[in-house]
Design a protein around this ligand. Structure first.
Ligand code: BES
Ligand code: MN
Ligand code: ZN
Length: 500
């Protein structure tokens, strides 16, 4: 990660250089410390606001260059709208906005975490800092040439002035764990597939051991022994071997059933013999965004020492066409014993999930399971890139996810599961086929397929993140391609309901 932020907290005092970032409400009202630091520049702000029609509306900004009367080279005023209505995700976004307004070459900035009625609370200032950190992420490790004016400074010193420095530092600690998890997930998604193939992905997941996470890697031999033929069939056309990684974080009571997260990790999806068209195929290096989220989440939980037992399982394969590749018409026997007729080798994610979900349930008897997968183009047709599709056999889990989504801004929209869709995936030759045959309801038939590998006694939710895992809308807290979507959502779910 370039553009390294050196982020620190301090008391309110007028900055001597760099960019000065302050907040006002929709009445253009500043807090007392901000007013003191601005001094007579406040007048200038009022006049500039008038001419720029800046009214302090939420997330709007006003820039003043070299404001006479300030030592700062630039003053950025950010509107918060109605200060009393701000929620945690708003503060995260404001932090992202603040970093976004810094000139490319800026090395120093001071952000006053103050609202009109006074200093932001410690949690609010910490959220602001988290947003700043997420926004500063850039994936540029492969850029070797830059014009001088495009070169970002090696380090940016950001000071956030707060009311209670010690309390804010404390509140910021778990948020660092979470944003590190998001950044880790983004790195995985952005990395190209010649670098990040299943074995390398598994090796990098092994770094979680440093946080006292148990990491086991199942190789092809181990998977054969377990009978994971649905997963292995997907990977058999690749020169790269498949892997499953099991990550275990035990922060809860000894012996208590864990919560389980399962990720689709197709390191590259060519479609296999049912090969995809060339246009945008490069995006399929991101077909492991589900697995990336699971690793990022386990990182977040372990790094903030979450008081929960959690397991993360990821199925890592590369879907390639070659002489040994799986064919349409092939029939494979999954670990569950159910047989699958392969109709389309491009419907590979569900084959990977079928075995990993089955294995997770058998081995861990989890309290609930959530799987994440960039599973279908159909979910993008249905929901675009704002909401992920959610399918669940359990209303309580679905409601909790919806709530966590609204709190974090990682939104999920519940989609139907119903036996009526089941007949679309019945097969003439095997227990089921891997596509519904028609494009209609493609995200639903995919979910309905996965459901056949879920024990209905276990609450389960499937999140189709094809639209949100990468290339989602550029937001105020992410300018890179990989989004790290789901880490904050699932961390919230755990924190709200499953920590002792
Ligand atoms: N990885 C793709 C889905 C995808 C598409 C993710 C675009 C992100 C962006 C998945 O493996 C796939 O190819 N799905 C097919 C299923 C079809 C063959 C039934 C699809 O959606 O077209
Ligand atoms: Mn595919
Ligand atoms: Zn895929």
């Amino acid at each position: 990660m370039a553009n390294a932020l050196k982020l620190g907290f301090g008391p309110f005092s007028a900055p001597a250089k760099g960019t000065f970032v302050v907040f006002c409400d929709e009445g253009l009202k500043f807090g007392p410390a901000t007013r003191r630091a601005l001094g007579r520049v406040a007048d200038l702000v009022t006049r500039a606001a008038k001419s720029e029609r800046f009214t302090g509306k939420k997330n709007s900004t006003l820039d003043l260059v070299m404001p006479a009367g300030l030592k700062s080279a630039r003053l950025v005023v950010i509107g918060v709208g109605k200060a009393a209505e701000l929620t945690p995700k708003d503060f995260i976004r404001l932090g992202g906005l603040a970093i976004g307004r810094l000139p490319a070459a800026a090395t120093d900035a001071s952000i006053f975490a103050e609202l009109p009625h006074g200093a932001m609370r410690a949690e609010q200032a910490a959220d602001l800092a988290q947003g700043a950190c997420l926004r500063a992420y850039a994936f540029d490790r492969y850029k070797t040439k830059r014009k001088d004016d495009e070169k970002p400074p090696a380090v940016r010193n950001i000071t956030i002035a707060v009311g209670d420095v010690a309390a804010t530092r404390k509140a910021y600690e778990p948020r660092v764990a979470i944003s590190d998890g998001v950044v880790l997930a983004r790195d995985f998604v952005n990395e190209p597939a010649n670098v990040l193939y299943p074995e390398e992905f598994a090796r990098r997941a092994g770094a979680l051991k440093k946080l006292r996470v148990g990491v086991e890697i199942l190789d092809v031999k181990a998977m054969k022994k377990l009978g994971m033929n649905a997963l292995l069939g997907v990977g058999q056309g690749s020169a790269r071997e498949s892997r499953v990684v099991v990550m275990r974080w035990n922060g809860g009571r000894a012996g208590e059933a864990p919560v389980a997260f399962i990720g689709k990790g197709v390191c590259f999806d060519t479609g296999g013999i049912s090969i995809k068209p060339a246009s945008n195929m490069e995006d399929m290096k991101g077909d492991m965004a589900g697995a990336a989220c699971v690793v990022g989440l386990i990182h977040a939980l372990a790094a903030r020492k979450a008081r929960v037992n959690a397991v993360g399982l990821i199925g890592l394969v590369e879907n390639m066409p070659d002489g040994n590749a799986q064919r349409p018409g092939d029939i494979v026997k999954s670990m569950s014993g159910q047989t699958i007729e392969i109709i389309n080798t491009d419907a590979e994610g569900r084959l990977v999930l079928a075995d990993v979900i089955w294995y997770a349930a058998q081995r861990f008897k989890p309290k609930f399971m959530v799987d994440l997968a960039t599973l279908t183009g159909a979910i993008i047709v249905a929901l675009g890139q704002e909401y992920a599709g959610m399918f669940s056999n359990n209303d309580q889990l679905a409601e909790r996810l919806t709530k966590a989504g609204n709190e974090t801004g990682e939104l999920v929209w519940r989609m139907p599961l119903a036996p009526e869709y089941d007949k679309m995936i019945d097969s003439k030759f095997a227990d089921m086929k891997n596509t519904g045959g028609s494009r209609w309801g493609g995200a639903i038939t995919a979910a309905q397929f996965i459901k056949r590998f879920v024990d209905d006694k276990i609450p389960w939710a499937h999140l189709d993140i094809a639209g949100t895992g990468f290339d989602s809308r550029q937001t105020d807290i992410n300018k890179s391609w990989g989004s790290g979507w789901g880490v904050r959502l699932l961390n919230r779910l755990v924190a709200d309901h499953y920590e002792k």
